[in-house]
Write a protein that binds this ligand. Structure first.
Ligand SMILES: *[C@@H]1O[C@H](CO)[C@@H](O)[C@H](O)[C@H]1NC(C)=O
Ligand SMILES: *[C@@H]1O[C@H](CO)[C@@H](O)[C@H](O)[C@H]1NC(C)=O
Length: 518
């Protein structure tokens, strides 16, 4: 029956002239926000009539008839809802700014995905027109391109950063673009610039040595045997990793920084937001409608939980809320004692519907990119309490653009929260900037979901879009920055100086001997 439906559907698509592709979507990271990005990506592809195979740790009970799921729920044993412990982040036992920690976590996840029997079977039996793979700092999923003899599109979860761009063009210039875990945005001071350069040089060195050895080891173990079984030539990993056709970036110029990007980087930020805002549940609708002084919405997102905040901070925050005229909706995962009348605790929050309400005056958020994209979508100012990964930089960016205030996650964060709320409520400029950015974000020729389908189609039709590839990609960095010329000038100068010194020396010696003779 399902097959019949699919055949009829394909037949109709042929009649209408658009093509249905077999697409492999690789989103194996067990993290809720990444699940939201993957689910919405495949939704748009399925809506366009494609047949999608989805590598996911979150299986759906009633999948779309054109969706085939590849089960990597095993990955949830490595990383799950409890991995991100606020206490451990705060006391420094989970140092996310340490690149080695992140690399080890992500390379473990990638290895588990590649050796997973379901993925191994997929590599042996699957046939696809194109692969879309989420880039989580490890480039091994690039191997799906040659395994299926089709083009590969990277999906990048966060703002453009040097690591993803290094795969299709070259690293971003550290004079204006900080590593995505760092806590500052351009313009940089001299010392910030130097430290960004140093960190980049170290990271580039590691990524082409120890990190790459580990990744290539997994390639040899989990992928190379499949090439051999299929009778395919085994490509050199160094060629494979730089052979992605395109990057679909979960970014938007109104939200991020305008960094120079190659032609094959495409912004699709905002595609995860449903065009039709769902109505609020009745109780929340009533609460928001009747909030005379406006509503403040507080949520730390899907990965971090408010209930894990330090006890002192939780109590302090409640005390501050008690003193406000505004109504507060707080996404909180347990029952709180002594909740003031103006505070409404919800276990789960329909975030877009809350952000869309006209009475919302302020969003207190962890500064995750999905939340910030939604806040710009609806034009709401933010107070950010960044916790990990790109959130610090997102928070700083919201501040420098003028629609946000960032405060630190500390035991006493409530002491910083109060003045931030007062400042934001007293000063309309934050809300004005949020609305202006929202206008810029919405004013575009095509919707992000249509961009996804357009570029996927473009990559398939042009066999990997070679015409979009950056001319810079194959040029080594020393040539790009003329380090060879600098070396030549330096060596010439040193040689010249040595020669001149030698001549001067021998001249003075001669004149000395002459003097003696006389
Ligand atoms: C940090 O917090 C975690 C979780 O509460 C605890 O298990 C760990 O021992 C703490 N580490 C330090 C160094 O305080
Ligand atoms: C690189 O990508 C192109 C376009 O998708 C493809 O034709 C070529 O075979 C790929 N090369 C390798 C070594 O994977």
């Amino acid at each position: 029956m399902e097959n019949l439906k699919w055949m009829l559907f394909s037949f109709m698509l042929c009649l209408y002239g658009s093509e249905a592709y077999k697409i492999l979507a690789v989103f194996p990271l067990p993290s809720k926000s990444h699940g939201i990005l993957g689910d919405n990506m495949i939704k748009h592809l399925l809506d366009a009539g494609h047949e999608v195979t989805y590598v996911t740790p979150y299986l759906k009970d009633k999948p779309h008839p054109n969706l085939h799921q590849v089960d990597v729920t095993e990955n949830r044993k490595i990383m799950n809802e409890n991995t991100l412990d606020i206490q451990m982040i705060m006391n420094g036992s989970l140092p996310f700014d340490n690149p080695d920690l992140l690399f080890n976590m992500m390379v473990g996840m990638t290895e588990a995905t590649m050796v997973n029997p379901n993925v191994q079977a997929l590599m042996r039996n699957g046939k696809f027109d194109v692969v879309i793979a989420e880039y989580m700092f490890i480039d091994l999923y690039s191997a799906f391109g040659p395994i299926f003899q089709c083009p590969l599109i990277w999906f990048s979860t966060i703002e453009p950063h040097w690591m993803i761009l290094n795969l299709v063009d070259g690293p971003l210039n550290p004079a204006h673009s900080a590593d995505y875990t760092h806590r500052h945005v351009a313009p940089f001071s001299f010392s910030q610039r130097v430290s960004e350069l140093w960190d980049l040089v170290v990271a580039l060195y590691k990524s082409s040595h120890s990190y790459n050895d580990r990744v290539e080891g997994i390639y040899q173990k989990a992928v190379v045997p499949v090439f051999k079984e299929k009778g395919l030539p085994v490509p050199d990993y160094d060629v494979v990793r730089y052979n992605g056709s395109l990057v679909l970036g979960n970014s938007n110029p109104a939200i991020g920084d305008q960094v120079p990007l190659p032609q094959n980087y495409k912004h699709i930020g905002g595609y995860h937001i449903d065009e039709n805002v769902k109505p609020l549940p009745e109780d929340l609708q009533k609460i928001m409608d009747s909030a005379k002084h406006g509503v403040i919405y507080f949520s730390l997102g899907s990965n971090i939980k408010s209930k894990d905040l330090p006890v002192q901070a939780k109590k302090g925050i409640l005390d501050i809320f008690r003193g406000l005229k505004q109504t507060i909706i707080w996404k909180f995962e347990e029952v709180l004692p002594n909740v003031p009348k103006n505070v409404h605790i919800v276990q789960w929050a329909p975030q877009p519907s809350i952000l869309a309400h006209r009475n919302l005056v302020l969003f207190i958020t962890h500064g995750g990119l999905l939340s910030l994209t939604e806040t710009i979508h609806f034009g709401v100012p933010v107070i950010t309490i960044p916790v990990f990964a790109d959130q610090f930089q997102n928070a700083k960016r919201a501040e420098s653009k003028g629609y946000g205030i960032a405060i630190d996650l500390t035991e006493e964060l409530h002491k910083d929260l109060k003045p931030a709320i007062d400042k934001m409520l007293a000063n309309p400029s934050y809300s004005i900037v949020a609305k202006e950015l929202s206008k810029a974000y919405h004013h575009r020729q095509t919707k992000p979901k249509d961009d996804i389908n357009f570029w996927v189609d473009h990559v398939v039709k042009t066999r990997g879009a070679p015409h979009l590839r950056s001319i810079a990609l194959p040029i080594p960095l020393y040539q790009r920055y003329f380090l060879d010329l600098l070396a030549l000038i330096f060596i010439s100068l040193v040689t010249l100086i040595l020669i001149v010194r030698r001549i001067l020396c021998s001249l003075t010696k001669k004149s000395n001997t002459k003097v003696k003779k006389n």
